[in-house]
Design a protein around this ligand. Structure first.
Ligand SMILES: Nc1ncnc2c1ncn2[C@@H]1O[C@H](COP(=O)(O)OP(=O)(O)OP(=O)(O)O)[C@@H](O)[C@H]1O
Length: 336
């Protein structure tokens, strides 16, 4: 990747103040996203994926959550690079929805039920781009057409509840793209949708990203979705990236036992129903994600890991270069 990254996170730590203690939900996270690139953050529930995206956006819950360490360098549309970790609330608000847009799992998180869809898409265009009411309204209609909503003039006049779930998610994507962001953060954007609609929304995001050359950070627990949409993947476990690399490399040669376990638990086409018919459950990773307030010493995955040896519990393994830009936080990566 030759182009300078749009997003360059270094050694980020995010903590939550719980019962008078700081609990780290994300630790030592280093991640870049280049222009036109899609990077997926993947991991089980509670691994820190959403906390990572909220940290970038400055949307951590006030008083409780804070970015305690590290930098989040972001290059906006003007070409200027700023450390989002150092911006105040007002400056971050200007970045969100203009330079960085977001799409969440539940479209109603972003849509306001009391305004029409067209009004909501037009608003950021007026605020951030200074377009007139009339121009912004016309832009909103063309954005609705661009995200594949039929009869966009009529849809623009409707309220969110008059649209289906899939159409609502298309509308939030239109809203997200309204100001031509350089980075789109999509946090489980298809999880709440029917399978066929999921595929359509993924296709839509991939097309829009390609056409606009946007950078995209895609948060998901679904490896099938990663394979579909991402160029690179970062696998998270208990708040840390444990493996990262190009999707094709990581899927073909996982170098961390956790990634290997996750990949084994993804059914191949037809395999899930065959196993079900035979009464055989799909393989899963035995054990549970440890509590962040009580992480084991050394590698957090060691208690669940079939490769674990005493040395794994001595210290947190560093991210080791395993070749071709692939990194693994496992001291035994060569044997995996
Ligand atoms: N507001 C909060 N207060 C305290 N702890 C929090 C808060 N939000 C998240 N956490 C903790 O941070 C950890 C990571 O949560 P996060 O939501 O990032 O996980 P995730 O990987 O996105 O999982 P999911 O797929 O379930 O959303 C969890 O252990 C969670 O308990």
């Amino acid at each position: 990747m030759t182009a300078a990254p749009v997003l360059d996170i270094r050694n980020m730590q995010t903590v939550f103040r719980i019962g008078g203690r700081d609990i780290a939900a994300v630790t030592d996270l280093t991640l870049t996203v280049a222009p036109g690139e899609t990077v997926a953050l993947v991991g089980e529930s509670g691994s820190g994926k959403s906390v990572t995206s909220l940290s970038i956006l400055g949307l951590l819950p006030k008083k409780v959550g804070r970015l305690a360490q590290g930098s989040v360098a972001f290059r906006g549309k003007s070409g200027e690079t700023r450390d989002l970790a150092k911006l105040d609330a007002e400056a971050l608000r200007r970045v969100r929805g203009n330079d960085i847009a977001m799409v969440f799992q539940e479209p109603m998180t972003s849509l306001n039920p009391v305004y029409t869809v067209g009004e909501q898409i037009a608003e950021p265009i007026r605020i951030h781009l200074g377009r007139s009411h009339r121009e912004a309204a016309a832009d909103a209609v063309s954005l609705l057409a661009d995200v594949g909503i039929p009869d966009p003039e009529r849809r623009a006049r409707q309220y969110p509840h008059e649209l289906s779930g899939g159409m609502r998610q298309r509308a939030t994507i239109a809203m997200a793209l309204a100001c031509n962001p350089s980075l789109l953060i999509a946090d489980e954007p298809t999880t709440a949708l029917d399978v066929t609609i999921q595929a359509q929304i993924l296709d839509l995001l991939a097309r829009l990203q390609r056409e606009r050359g946007m950078a995209m950070l895609f948060v998901t627990h679904n490896l099938g979705v990663v394979a579909e949409i991402a160029d690179r993947v970062a696998v998270m476990y208990a708040g840390r990236i444990v493996e990262t690399g190009r999707v094709a490399d990581v899927f073909a040669h996982p170098r961390h036992p956790y990634t290997k376990g996750l990949l084994r638990s993804v059914p191949r086409l037809g395999e899930a129903s065959a196993l079900k018919a035979a009464g055989t459950p799909l393989p899963t990773i035995a054990g549970a994600v440890p509590s962040l307030s009580n992480l084991p010493t050394g590698c957090s995955f060691a208690p669940r890991c079939p490769y674990a040896i005493p040395a794994c519990s001595a210290a947190v393994p560093p991210l080791a270069e395993t070749g071709d830009g692939q990194l693994s936080r496992c001291i035994r990566w060569q044997e995996i």
